[in-house]
Write a protein that binds this ligand. Structure first.
Ligand code: NAP
Length: 254
């Protein structure tokens, strides 16, 4: 059975990714900061779809995240896919001229530093497993954002973190290419989750006015479908590729 470690799988996009992988016959471990008691119902629902385990850990705590990954991979005896999905918007949106160092550091720790070191930990596990696991084609997927190239001057630290995460994908794709371990960035646009709840009315209006060529919200399932494509192996020669899941937002238009 193929196995995936998905950070931030208790809600939103990560939950959809975990569910889609379970439906496809994978065994999945998810992380989140929530205590087990708060995600019991979610885990029950996922568990009905396939084997799932939960590792409460903060993506910013690189030792805790690494040890969760190692313990899942150790139990499975293999790690077929890491999905770096956990991410956060700044606690408060503030103008670029008011960005607080504490907010900058926290967003960077969760969205960039954590995923960098988890890619590193996953790569080590995968490289060690390659010679001994049969029919083994491990992969890494990082969930980026259109904010990697789109400015939002009231959450600059988020944009910087996602621009950095793009380079993390390119770096690990390059480093792991010789071992045939593909690394992808999936780049969502405006997706309906808790993260966008506070600004949902504004996005409703912008989408209706044509901000995105496809005039609807993205759904977590749209992102999960792209992860499944990566998981299928059909895109393996496209290592380092950015897969836009944004209703066409990335196109320049006249
Ligand atoms: N929604 C969008 O429009 C959009 C667009 C582009 C990119 N993205 C990216 O997609 C990813 C998922 O976003 P989402 O919209 O699904 O967000 P969400 O609804 O806020 O869910 C975030 C998930 O990550 C977990 N999480 C948050 N901070 C964490 C931390 N420090 N350590 C471990 N887990 C953490 C949360 O679980 P707990 O609460 O249990 O910690 C939850 O499962 C993020 O990387 C985000 O930047 C989202």
């Amino acid at each position: 059975m193929k196995t995936a470690f998905v950070t931030g799988g208790t809600r939103g996009i990560g939950l959809a990714i975990a569910g889609a992988l379970l439906d496809a016959g994978w065994e999945v471990a998810i992380t989140g900061r929530s205590p087990l008691s708060r995600v019991a119902n979610t885990l029950d629902a996922l568990g009905a779809r396939g084997p799932v385990s939960y590792f409460p850990s903060d993506a910013a705590d690189i030792d805790a995240a690494r040890s969760a990954l190692e313990s899942a991979a150790g139990r499975w005896g293999r790690l077929d896919m890491l999905v770096n999905n956990a991410g956060m918007a700044p606690e408060t949106r503030s103008d670029l001229l008011e960005t607080a160092p504490g907010s900058f550091d926290r967003v960077m720790a969760v969205n960039l530093r954590g995923p960098f070191f988890l890619c590193q930990a996953a790569a080590r596990i995968m490289l060690r497993a390659l010679p001994r696991v049969e029919d083994y084609r491990p992969r890494i997927v990082n969930i980026g954002s259109v904010s990697a190239y789109t400015t939002s001057v009231n959450r600059g630290e988020y944009c910087v973190s996602k621009a950095g995460l793009s380079m993390v994908t390119a770096l690990f794709a390059d480093r792991l290419a010789q071992a045939n371990i593909p690394v992808f960035e999936i780049r969502p646009g405006i997706i309906r989750t808790d993260m966008t709840e506070a600004v949902a009315e504004r996005y409703d209006r912008l989408i209706a006015e044509g901000l995105t060529p496809i005039r609807r919200w993205g759904q977590p399932g749209d992102v999960a479908a792209a992860v499944l494509c990566c998981a299928s192996g059909q895109l393996d020669f496209s290592t380092g590729q950015v897969i836009n899941v944004d209703g066409g937002f990335h196109m320049r238009r006249l």
